[in-house]
Write a protein that binds this ligand. Structure first.
Ligand code: GAL
Length: 427
């Protein structure tokens, strides 16, 4: 792309801004007004088209090159090069650095204009993961719900600004599993059962009921010493709307602490819950209205952080040992059916790697037009600063009954084809 003197001047003028408004005619399908917001603690850049959906979100990273994605972009050849700054905001300093950023951004737009429609985006395990506002994603111990072709990530919101008396669940949406738009704190709950100080709401998971269009959130509810051991249920009419607390109970009348979620290929939904007295995971099928559970299976292994996936002809279950927030080598077993028989548990990664300091929360299957990737979703907990807890998402190496978690590295994912690839310059 050729940068004219005029655009150079404009770039410099814009270089000190936090927000840049530009008009970018990039896909040949009309001129879209984008608002760009630059993350404060990284070079991540996000934008929206003002209509409240995620079209056009992406990121730019000074260290690792740039990505510029438009999910669903199919006609890059029609792209044009017109880019102009509509409304720069006065500079606040650091002009040179921001100028570099700005021209690199122009360069990435130029790539799009030249017909590079990258459907791939980079996932950076262990690094701060920023949402479309440039803020840390707060979705710890989380789960993903797929609804109408969009991914919704729910998890514990441990933001520093939260009221310490309340517990929060945040919701983000994405179409590529990389760029996440913050929707809202869908649950803001005051102690619902007189549990007392330091009461616990952890590992929220949301299930969708396609026949009623209703959404049901489960979460681990507890008192400070973790003696209550129940699940709570909250409901909403919109997946990313406000959830209303309904009740808490012990599923199957068993103690229930860490919970996980699993939706089988036939749409059946399951709650995975850890039961300490019986030393194992219950796989409990949700009832038709999703408001309760019925027993499906029990896996005798004293594990938590339960996650499950169906891949090939096998079910794979993953769990962590019970060391609280401290990481440990996570393990997996397989079975031909949910009712078993389950194999012995084996290590997911070399035990000395300590699961790369992460703990399992979910296994997400991304089935595309070419292949299927199973993503290990784990949490790197920082108990003293839970808000700063990180995520390890990595594509699992799966082969006929074996499952291996590779070391955290940069990798790309294409949700359309299902392809994932660890980047050559990986770290
Ligand atoms: C872990 C559990 C977390 C949290 C933590 C508290 O074992 O997986 O969700 O409950 O203990 O110590």
């Amino acid at each position: 792309m050729k940068i004219s003197r005029r655009s150079l001047a404009r770039g410099l003028a814009a270089a000190g801004t936090e927000t840049l408004k530009v008009t970018a005619r990039v896909y040949g399908d009309g001129s879209l007004p984008f608002t760009f917001t630059k993350g404060r603690d990284s070079q991540q850049l996000s934008w929206s088209n003002g209509r409240g959906d995620v079209d056009g979100e992406g990121s730019y990273d000074r260290m690792h090159g740039s990505t510029w994605d438009k999910p669903g972009c199919t006609s890059p050849a029609k792209s044009t090069k017109k880019i102009e700054i509509a409304k720069p905001i006065p500079a606040r300093g650091e002009k040179m650095r921001r100028a570099i950023d700005w021209f690199a951004t122009l360069a990435s737009l130029a790539l799009v204009a030249a017909g590079v429609c990258a459907a791939q985006s980079v996932i950076r395990p262990g690094e701060p993961w920023l949402d479309s506002r440039g803020q840390r994603i707060q979705a710890h111990g989380g789960g993903i719900t797929v609804w109408k072709g969009t991914y919704y990530w729910f998890g514990e919101d441990r933001s520093q600004a939260n009221d310490p008396e309340k517990r929060y669940v945040a919701c983000y949406l994405s179409r590529d599993l990389v760029h996440w738009k913050f929707r809202r704190q869908v649950l803001v709950l005051a102690d619902p059962e007189h549990l007392g100080p330091h009461w616990v709401l952890e590992r929220p998971k949301v299930f969708a009921n396609p026949s009623t269009g209703k959404f049901v959130m489960y979460a681990h509810l507890d008192d400070a010493p973790y003696k209550l051991a129940r699940v709570m249920v909250a409901v909403s009419n919109r997946i990313d709307g406000t959830y209303t607390y309904v009740r808490s109970f012990r599923p199957l009348d068993e103690e229930s602490r860490d919970i996980g979620q699993f939706v089988d290929d036939d749409g059946s939904a399951y709650l995975i819950f850890e039961s300490r007295p019986t030393k194992g995971f219950f796989l409990a099928k949700l009832t038709g209205d999703l408001m309760s559970v019925e027993k499906t299976s029990f896996i005798p292994a004293p594990l938590e952080g339960g996650a499950l996936v169906h891949y090939g002809n096998l079910y794979y279950v993953v769990g962590s040992h019970m060391t609280g927030w401290r990481p440990n080598p996570n393990v997996y077993a397989t079975a031909p059916a949910l009712t078993g028989p389950w194999t012995e548990f084996k290590n997911l990664a070399p035990p000395e790697a300590n699961n790369y300091d992460s703990q399992s929360t979910m296994l997400l299957k991304v089935k595309g037009s070419k292949t299927t990737t199973v993503i290990f979703m784990g949490d790197i907990w920082r108990p003293r600063e839970l808000w700063d807890s990180r995520y390890v998402w990595m594509p699992l190496e799966m082969d006929d009954g074996s499952m291996h978690l590779p070391p955290p590295q940069l990798w790309t994912l294409n949700v359309k084809t299902g392809e994932s690839a660890i980047q050559a310059n990986g770290k």
